[in-house]
Ligand binder design. Sequence first.
Ligand code: GDP
Length: 539
Amino acid sequence: MSDEPAPVPSAPANSPAGKLAAEIRRRRTFAIIAHPDAGKTTLTEKLLLFGGAIQLAGQVKAKKDGRNTRSDWMAIEKSRGISVVTSVMTFEYADSVFNLLDTPGHEDFADQTYRTLTAVDSAIMVIDAAKGIESRTRKLFEVCRLRDIPIITLINKMDREAREPLELLDEIEQVLALDTAPMVWPVGMGRNFRGTYDLQKDRFRRVDENPEGETVSGPDDPIFDSLLDPVDLAKWREEIELVRDACGNFDLKAFREGTLTPVYFGSALRNFGVRDILDALIAYAPPPLSRPAAARTIEATEPAMTGVIFKIQANMDPNHRDRMAFMRLCSGKLTRGMKVKHVRSDKTMALTAPQFFFAQDRSLAEEAFAGDVVGIPNRGTLRIGDALTEGENVQFLGIPSFAPEILRRIRLEDAIRAKKLKDALTEMAEEGVVHMFTPVDGTPPIVGVIGALQLDVLGDRLIHEYGLPIAFETAPCTVARWIEAPDRAKLTAFIEANRPAIATDADGDYVYLAPSEFSLNWVAERNPELAFKDVKSVM
Ligand code: GDP
């Protein structure tokens, strides 16, 4: 996506183009990135609560108390207490429409997280105030940086013993090389966390009281005298002067370019700072951005609908064998029942049952606009990276596939069911949860995943969804690379000469399966006219 927000056309407000632009302008599509335990689930729950999407705080959290909800519909998730699968939650607040895309918390699902982050326009980074930047925060941030996604920071758990706020800002700047602009400053911490001081507006907001806050004359206002002990108070007042001098003002352009983050302090558990995040999304986060496609850039406000599939989820409802394809609308307006072109197959399909997802429910999406994410039930027609349009042959760029780090051969307990296994693996490869490599010499397929936990999920699903008990065996290879060759004849010659080490992936692209990195390098050096790629763009 480009750095700039969609231009607002000068169409009259009540013309169709004007109405479309207004709908798109009030949308925010974002994700939350955090190290496990920093408070992502709690913040999600509170955001939905503020947005009126759920009635009762605690409902999103079923993963911890065993109730069954959308964000953890799989048995494996429940048994491990982790959120494996990305999903989307749509809610409204203050006349804005939010699409919150959930990302898997565990790094074994990094590929799925990456794809989800290609579908957002901004992200909230949640940091545990006692821990600062943790490993997973850093990795997720790096993914955001690849696309210069603007980041809003919440330093969470201020109601617990926390590190010094200045030290935390410094850590963000040093570790992430990201400028910070504190928007509020905490008054106390831990048991003495009193609230936050709004550095822009000179207002004080108390924890658990008066959501609007009260105007104060400045940090020297006597209101603070009784809140902190004299030593802490003097230090606090100095700090405010310091951050005002040192951090400068929030710069919208730098934020939109992904080089500066506004920082809020709060406690998601105590509902504090949550509204700041929503207000910041409305005020600063970009509305749906334009997206690069093969032939041209698609502007969000173009009237013709285009969308890209970034995620497929199987068996969301165990009673139905359908799959849900999640589409981010990139431009225009979707109307239920409309006929669209499925660009990859060049076929027309009718969007009869596009769906919005809320905290617990789904509902038919009668209409949706650029920036929205809708689920499209289908039986395997749609794959990750596919474009749906009103007729144009659009190919969106930038949804990659990563070479797996773990390769295994699957042993079926019942060899007669090899065909069924292959079908199951093909389906799951299209969902993007596993790579399936079919050796050209006819030996059984090899599966590849990014992390060990994905193997568990795979085994679990093969038994529970497909009734196929299997075991994983060591594969004769440990490295898989896509082979690219500008010269088709060279590729064919290489394949013929190396048949035992060649396979095709689910799209029919050739992959070289090497026993080790060392042998891969050896082969690559001897075949300089070929490229051995560890990332493949889906299209
Ligand atoms: P996730 O793993 O990032 O989704 O984290 P959770 O939202 O599940 O939170 C992890 C733990 O921290 C839970 O026990 C939460 O109740 C707790 N927690 C989350 N936010 C806060 C907060 O602001 N203050 C305090 N004291 N605890 C919090």
